[in-house]
Design a protein around this ligand. Structure first.
Ligand code: AMP
Length: 283
């Protein structure tokens, strides 16, 4: 695997690939890689001749300094995993390579980034859009791969692509879970075994809610039950649990039009903030 920390040598390398008519797939990550990330690498390899993964803990998307400071950093293990997967290129820049000292650009996605993650993490999607724009611009991939785990992020990046006219196909890859159902996340590394058991609240709530909704229950009833149930999970604090339109991410409330419905949840397990989601997909 070729490893680049600087933009210009990476651009020169990829220019050669483009001239040889090789298709390029991009998989942006923040490292601490797990099977969820590797599923994206596999998806890119299946469709492209060159797969570029990036590992960059982007400071502008963190609205909480402690979360940024404690974000797991496992560079050597990540490189081994990427090599074992046959990833062709790793781009792992330092902050000075990605941002100038007086960086001040921001993005505003209207109603899309004012709800859910955007509401609880102000500025988060502006930072995501900024770094993804930079990566798209640097790598100029044919395709880019993102996880359904960060569902709202995918919608924001799709809007970014439409507005900035990036000629890149976006792919969303299904959520990879542990056997227990817990969605894989780099932040899971910060959970004790006991925390992991309690973190199942998120997945169990989604499963239970989906079943109940399809059985005729109203979302307000389903949400009240989740709010009551969370007390049984030690150290878990529910931040939001919503039923939304899967395209606009605006709340669906108690409507029973589930065709475009998605359940989204965020909760703290002690200090660690986790998210998960589930499409209702009623035919
Ligand atoms: P991150 O390193 O957390 O920024 O994630 C990098 C990419 O991996 C994002 O597109 C995530 O949505 C995706 N990802 C993270 N966890 C999972 C998972 N459990 N299943 C599928 N994709 C994931």
């Amino acid at each position: 695997m070729e490893i680049f920390e600087e933009i210009e040598p990476l651009r020169a390398f990829l220019k050669g690939k483009r001239e040889a008519l090789k298709s390029i797939g991009l998989v942006p990550t923040m490292g601490a890689l797990h099977d969820g990330h590797l599923a994206l690498i596999r998806a890119s390899k299946a469709e492209n001749e060159v797969t570029v993964s990036s590992i960059y803990i982007n400071p502008t998307q963190f609205n909480n300094q402690a979360d940024l400071d404690k974000y797991p950093r496992t560079r050597e293990a990540d490189i081994k995993l990427l090599e074992a997967e046959g990833c062709d290129v790793l781009f792992a820049p330092q902050n000075a390579e990605m941002y100038s000292e007086n960086q001040s650009l921001t993005f505003d996605f209207g109603t899309l980034d004012k709800v859910l993650e955007g509401k609880f993490r102000p500025g988060h999607f502006s930072g995501v859009a900024l770094v993804v724009s930079k990566l798209f611009n640097i790598v100029q991939p044919d395709m880019a791969y993102f996880g359904q785990k960060d569902y709202q992020q995918f919608q924001v990046i799709n809007r970014l692509k439409e507005e900035l006219k990036f000629s890149i196909q976006l792919r969303s890859v299904p959520i990879i879970r542990e056997k227990s159902g817990l969605a894989l996340s780099s932040r899971n590394q910060r959970l004790s075994e006991q925390d992991k058991g309690n973190a199942l609240f998120l997945y169990e709530t989604l499963i239970e809610a989906k079943a109940q909704l399809l059985n005729g229950a109203s979302f307000s009833k389903v949400r009240s039950e989740a709010e009551a149930r969370v007390k049984k999970y030690e150290g878990v604090k529910l931040e939001y649990f919503e039923l939304a339109n899967k395209n606009t991410l605006q709340e669906l409330g108690d409507t029973r039009n589930f065709k475009n419905g998605i359940l989204l949840i965020a909760a703290f397990v002690n200090e660690v903030r986790l998210i998960d989601n589930m499409l209702l997909e009623v035919e």
